[in-house]
Design a binder for this molecule. Structure first.
Ligand SMILES: [Zn+2]
Length: 123
């Protein structure tokens, strides 16, 4: 079933029924992410393949254990593509051995630090 209803919330604390019902089609609302067991959207896979075909300079692995091949492949083959591989993860992952740079931080802390560094470099 296809439904075009979209909404955003500041947090999920106010939800009393899980999963929440859709006011339009009476189905269930869900986040716009790929959940475990689901296939990636075809458009995303097509875009990924186009990027791989054209080559890339930098690949970031942030907050994932890189278990799935479509995540691990671009990272583990970064050297073949002449790209820099940066991993941000507090633990060891399937692709840690391929990383040129490793930040042993959680994603939120690392991205806040990276954002602050980028902002200060532009000031
Ligand atoms: Zn709906």
């Amino acid at each position: 079933m296809h439904c075009d209803y979209r909404t955003t919330v500041d947090d999920y604390a106010g939800l009393t029924t899980l999963p929440p019902p859709c006011p339009l089609c009476l189905g269930y609302l869900r986040p716009a992410v790929v959940l475990f067991g689901e296939a990636l959207p075809r458009a995303a896979l097509t875009r990924l393949q186009a990027v791989l075909d054209q080559g890339y300079e930098l690949v970031l692995s942030i907050g994932t254990t890189s278990t799935f091949p479509y995540i691990a492949h671009p990272f583990s083959y970064a050297h073949d593509y002449g790209a820099l591989a940066v991993e941000i993860n507090p633990g060891e992952t399937h692709v840690s051995r391929f990383a040129d740079i490793r930040w042993r931080l959680g994603a939120a802390a690392a991205l806040e630090a990276l954002w602050a560094a980028l902002e200060s470099s532009q000031a």
